[in-house]
Structure formats: structure tokens, C-alpha cells
Design a protein around this ligand. Structure first.
Ligand code: SF4
Length: 407
């Protein structure tokens, strides 16, 4: 506790957005004291980093009574933008220096993004029908980590998230689970919706989004100007704002998430990072998005159901000829290319004296190779289905058949 420090609320130090901070403080003062323990779901992105540093600052300066315990859960997808991952590592050191526990939360090995895709053969996620990633690599591991922590605690827990609805916050009653609204972080809305329902924690956990009403410019000002100042905690948050585009961030308002996120139309986060000379050596990472697109769209890389059972009768289900998993050849090819991308970035990093990246480590690579060698397919697939580019009769949902046209 450092009560002599200036606060956001004093005369000349008042911020232009002090109303926003006031509302945050009021919500924390209303809900904080009724929960013995607080947890904070932190992705390393701008909104949850602003939430984390502001809450700790408010406690530091005595504006907010500290809970019995505060646990920070850092969600590490292994696919984070490198500048954000590096900033998160610095902030974790700062948290540790304050005695705040920070738990790094990762999906189990087989469920991590690249292992699930290349080892098990599940195609990259997409927006419309098949978004398996957010829940699997962010939400479920977070729910499991919180559940384990709850088991070790008595009393109720308040989970604080960085969900922000920007200017429409006060009007909006529903917290959407969107990936991109107003530059929101992928996963944060899901935490808010899903955590209280998690089995085992129901009834003992509530979620609060104390920055719900903040505008994106409030977030930038906090991360870039105030939080790094010693009197506000001296946080290593400027690098986060820089990763989103520095002075141009207000205009760009980029959402970030996994590098090469197959659901985003453009890799805006990565492109923003690459504009900075010090990060330009990461340019080979652009290749990830192309690999994911190819894995989804190139029919020679995926299997397909014929629509017929072994005895020649029509199979049940609506989408009888659905496309499915990635062939072993496609997976091994993608694995080599991703390793080459990582290798190229790291060779430049060593030459330039810059940080190396780690999106696919030896343990994950070995597991992918092991799963492929063991002939692993997703449930419902045997591997003896034809590839999706194999000419065959078309079988429609109603069971009607259009024979293959032969010229
Ligand atoms: S950022 Fe993209 S790839 Fe990563 S979890 Fe979110 S939607 Fe999935």
C-alpha cells in the first residue's frame, strides 16, 4: 500500500476520462467487498492488461480495499503476437515483485492449436460452422484453472475480465461473445458468459467487467501514458499499445488474437507489428495465414465422406458428403512449413539481437509426429475416406443423387 502516491483523482492529475475510471472504481467498490477472493482473466491484450494494471494501481493507492487473495490467470494460447507475449512476461515479473500470484494457463498438449490441427487432423477453425478454437484454447483451460484454484479456497470468488463494450456499453444489456467488436479481444466475452456456468464453480463465482464502459481511447491513454508512469505503477504496458500501432492505434483499433487467426479476414495485428522496424524480422509469420487457408480450402488436403455406408446405402445425417480432416501428407507439409517460418524468424532474431519466438516447441512437434505416426483421426473418421478432390456422385441432403458427369 502506498497512500502517498498521487492518484487518478487528484487535482492536476485528473484524467480526461476520470468519469470512466470513477465508474470502474464504483463497480469494484460495489462488488469487490462481497467476494473474499478475486481472480483476473488476463489475455495479455490491451483490454485485460488495462483492467489488470488499473485494479492493482487502485489497490496500491488505497482507493480499493484489497481482497483476501488476488490471482491473475494469464491465458497463453501459444499463438500470441510476440510483442504482446514479451510484454506479458515483463508484467508477470512486475506482478511477482508485488507478491501477486500469476498462473499461466495453457490448454493440455493435445488440445493446443497446432497439435490439435496437425496431430489430430482437425481442420483450421472458421467463422461460420466450425469455431473450435476459442473455447478449446482459451475458455476451457481458464475454467479448469479457476476451478482448481476455487478448490483451494474458502468463500466466493469474483472473476474480473477485460470485456469492454465501448461506447455502446451503457445501452447494451447483453455481453456478446464476439471476437471483434470495437477491437475487443477474442475470448474475453466468452469468459464472462461461460465461467459462472462452469461445472463445479456454479454459485461460488461471479464475473465483473469493470472496464465495460471504457472507450478504446481510454484504454490507449491508460496503457501508453499513465500506467507506465511510476506514480501509476510503472507498468510495462507501453509495449502493448505499440504492438497495436502506437500513435495510430486509435484509428486502427485492431483486434488481436492468435497470429494468423483463420477467422480474421486480415492479419491486422501482425501487419501492425511488422510496420515497426524492430519487429520487421517477424515478416515470415505472414505465411501462417496462408497455410491455414490452404489447409481449409485445398480439397486435396482433406478427406470427404462419400455419402454412402459400406453396404452402399445412403448414410444418415444432413451433410452426407461433408469435408473432414487433414491428410497425413498435408499435416506433415504444414508442420515443416511452420517450423521453417519459426526458424527463419529466429535466425533473424539471433542476427539482430532481438527476441526469438516460440509458437511450436519441441514437445509439441514431437507430439504432432507421434499422433500422425499412430494414425490419429478425429472422431467419426477412419482415414480410409477419399480426399475431397476425388470425383464422385453428388448426394444431397434430401438423399437425391446427381451422378458424376463424365465428359
Ligand atoms: S484469435 Fe482466432 S484462432 Fe485464436 S482463439 Fe480467437 S478465433 Fe481462434
Amino acid at each position: 500500500m502506498k497512500p502517498f502516491q498521487p492518484t487518478l483523482f487528484e487535482g492536476s492529475k485528473r484524467l480526461v476520462y476520470d468519469e470512466a475510471v470513477d465508474l470502474t472504481l464504483q463497480s469494484m467498490q460495489a462488488y469487490g467487498p462481497t467476494h473474499d477472493h478475486w481472480g483476473l482473466a488476463w489475455s495479455g491484450g490491451k483490454d485485460s492488461s488495462a483492467t489488470l494494471t488499473l485494479i492493482v494501481h487502485l489497490i496500491d493507492v488505497g482507493r480499493l480495499a484489497p481482497p483476501k487473495s488476488l490471482t491473475v490467470f494469464y491465458a497463453d494460447t501459444r499463438q500470441e503476437l510476440p510483442p504482446l507475449a514479451i510484454a506479458a512476461a515483463s508484467m508477470m515479473e512486475q506482478l511477482a515483485a508485488r507478491g501477486i500470484a500469476c498462473e499461466v494457463v495453457r490448454a493440455p498438449l493435445d488440445k493446443r492449436f497446432l497439435v490439435y490441427m496437425l496431430g489430430r487432423g482437425v481442420p483450421p477453425p472458421n467463422n461460420r460452422t466450425f469455431r473450435w478454437c476459442t473455447r478449446q484454447i482459451k475458455v476451457d483451460p481458464m475454467a479448469d484453472a479457476i476451478e482448481a484454484r476455487l478448490d483451494a479456497l474458502d468463500g466466493n470468488v469474483l472473476m474480473i475480465t477485460g470485456v469492454r463494450e465501448g461506447e455502446s456499453a451503457i445501452r447494451d444489456e447483453r455481453i456478446r461473445m464476439s471476437c471483434g467488436k470495437d477491437g475487443a479481444e477474442c475470448g474475453q466475452g466468452w469468459y464472462q458468459e461461460v465461467l459462472p456456468q462452469s461445472k463445479g464453480v456454479r454459485g461460488r463465482i461471479a464475473t465483473l467487467a469493470p472496464l465495460l464502459h471504457w472507450r478504446v481511447c481510454n484504454v490507449w491513454d491508460w496503457l501508453r501514458i499513465y500506467a507506465p508512469m511510476p506514480e501509476y505503477g510503472g507498468w510495462a504496458t507501453a509495449a502493448i499499445a505499440d504492438a497495436y500501432g502506437g500513435d495510430e492505434a486509435n484509428e486502427i483499433n485492431a483486434r488481436t488474437g492468435c497470429i494468423g487467426c483463420p477467422l480474421a479476414s486480415q492479419d491486422l495485428g501482425l501487419e501492425t507489428v511488422l510496420k515497426s522496424a524492430v519487429w520487421s524480422y517477424l515478416a515470415p509469420l505472414r505465411g501462417l495465414k496462408l497455410i491455414y487457408r490452404e489447409l481449409r480450402e485445398d480439397d486435396s488436403k482433406r478427406l470427404k465422406k462419400t455419402g454412402l455406408e459400406e453396404d452402399g446405402t445412403l448414410s444418415s445425417g444432413k451433410n452426407k458428403q461433408r469435408k473432414g480432416p487433414l491428410t497425413f501428407a498435408a499435416r506433415l507439409d504444414a508442420l515443416e512449413r511452420i517450423l521453417a517460418i519459426q526458424g527463419a524468424c529466429n535466425a533473424s532474431a539471433r542476427e539482430l539481437g532481438r527476441p526469438e519466438i516460440d509458437i511450436l516447441n519441441p514437445e509439441e512437434e514431437a507430439r504432432i509426429r507421434e499422433l500422425i505416426a499412430a494414425g490419429t483421426w478425429p472422431n467419426g473418421w477412419d482415414g480410409d475416406e477419399p480426399t475431397a478432390d476425388t470425383p464422385m456422385d453428388s448426394i444431397f441432403r434430401d438423399g437425391s443423387v446427381q451422378p458424376l458427369l463424365v465428359w
